[in-house]
Design a protein around this ligand. Structure first.
Ligand SMILES: Nc1nc2c(ncn2[C@@H]2O[C@H](COP(=O)(O)OP(=O)(O)OP(=O)(O)O)[C@@H](O)[C@H]2O)c(=O)[nH]1
Ligand SMILES: [Mg+2]
Ligand SMILES: [Zn+2]
Length: 354
């Protein structure tokens, strides 16, 4: 099957199962004319649209060029250009559109669709470019799940790596799902449970999976259904394998990062949203592998380190780093046996990273 046919096939299956998108407006059968939507938009904007505009809410699946996007509407995926008005607005706010953005598209001039308005974002996943300037690069907006893919063996599970991803998830307000894959290679479940006990204890969703035995796949699918997810994790942990089991026949298109728009504050990475046949989207991006904490993030680590949030407010100093300060609630909890010493060590290691 050709790539395009595959996509169409996937969409068809998705439609049959009635993909549910985060905003019910997307599923409007008959797009209302702009006038009747005025309650949802500001009156100032009212005047500036042409009166016969038909606005439909859509989702940006892919940025095709500086001024063209692939947009998912209720009935079909269409290519839309960005209206002059919106361009001006974005320019003045040092912003650009991102994959995952919810937008309003004027479809009255079909097949010449135009994006007129950007909805506020729930979150924005970014990474920082290499080099001393650490330029911020947008990966995607409005993503629900960060699937932290690890393997029990080959490569060996590293809790310290999970800590780093959990900080990132907290920073971007994305729900983390910890997947421990290759569970078929595990001979001692008690040992495994001990290593992940802390993550369970702090309330992180944990899935033990294997593409060999099929364990955990249905559970994972349920967590991904009707949500937008991105897979991250160490090379060889099994991200591609899991995605292939979840959605057989999907060829991911990850390519090299191509930054454009050097002028703006943000640039974007070549990423795209792909519909799952069971509802929701997968964010395919090369950017996630290089996602790291920014030098300026050092200050937020004491607040965002997994499991520390509940103690931090009780430290004497608001900017407590839980390392040398007196009257530190985290150190108190550590001494009381409430915090796993190995996680605390991991915290200190992350804090002291160059
Ligand atoms: N035993 C076992 N092997 C697995 C499992 N899942 C994946 N593998 C194997 O692990 C290897 C790496 O899997 P990939 O899916 O390519 O890993 P990845 O995370 O996509 O790696 P990168 O693309 O390099 O980031 C492959 O040889 C898989 O067959 C599993 O559940 N059990
Ligand atoms: Mg892979
Ligand atoms: Zn403290």
């Amino acid at each position: 099957m050709r790539q395009r046919d595959k996509k169409r096939d996937l969409r068809y299956k998705g439609r049959l199962r009635n993909i549910s998108l985060p905003d019910i407006n997307i599923l409007d059968e008959n797009p209302e004319t702009y006038g009747s939507k005025s309650a949802r938009t500001s009156s100032k904007l009212d005047d500036s649209y042409k009166s016969d505009a038909i606005l439909e809410k859509g989702r940006i699946l892919r940025i095709m060029s500086n001024y063209q996007c692939l947009v998912e509407l209720a009935e079909e995926d269409i290519t839309a250009s960005i209206s002059g008005r919106l361009k001006q607005f974005l320019y003045s706010s040092h912003n650009i559109l991102s994959v995952g953005d919810y937008v309003w598209v004027d479809s009255s001039i079909k097949p010449d669709y135009r994006i007129e308005k950007l909805e506020p974002r729930n979150n924005l996943l970014t990474r920082f470019g290499a080099g001393s300037f650490q330029k911020e690069i947008m990966i995607a907006a409005n993503i629900d799940n960060l699937v932290i893919t690890t393997s029990w063996l080959m490569p060996r599970f590293k809790a310290g790596l999970v800590d780093r991803y959990l900080i990132l998830a907290a920073k971007h307000s994305i729900r983390p799902i910890l997947v421990v894959n290759k569970i078929d290679l595990c001979e001692d479940r008690a040992e495994l449970e001990e290593e992940i006990a802390y993550f369970r204890q702090i309330g992180c969703k944990v899935v033990l999976s294997s593409i060999i035995s099929g364990e955990g796949i249905a559970e994972l699918k349920e967590l991904l259904q009707d949500r937008d997810s991105v897979f991250s994790g160490h090379s060889g942990a099994g991200k591609s394998s899991l995605i292939n089991v979840l959605e057989p026949g999907l060829d991911l298109e990850t390519a090299e990062v191509s930054d454009y728009n050097e002028k703006g504050k943000h640039t974007t990475t070549y990423s795209l949203l792909i519909r799952w046949s069971f509802g929701g989207h997968l964010l395919d991006t090369p950017g996630i592998k290089t996602i790291t904490l920014h030098q300026n993030d050092r200050d937020i680590i004491p607040r965002l380190f997994p499991g520390f949030e509940r103690y931090h407010p009780f430290c004497k100093f608001r900017d407590c780093t839980h390392s040398h300060e007196t009257d530190c609630a985290v150190i108190r909890a550590l001494n009381a046996g409430e915090i796993d010493p190995s996680r605390y060590e991991s915290y200190l290691a992350i804090l002291e990273e160059p």
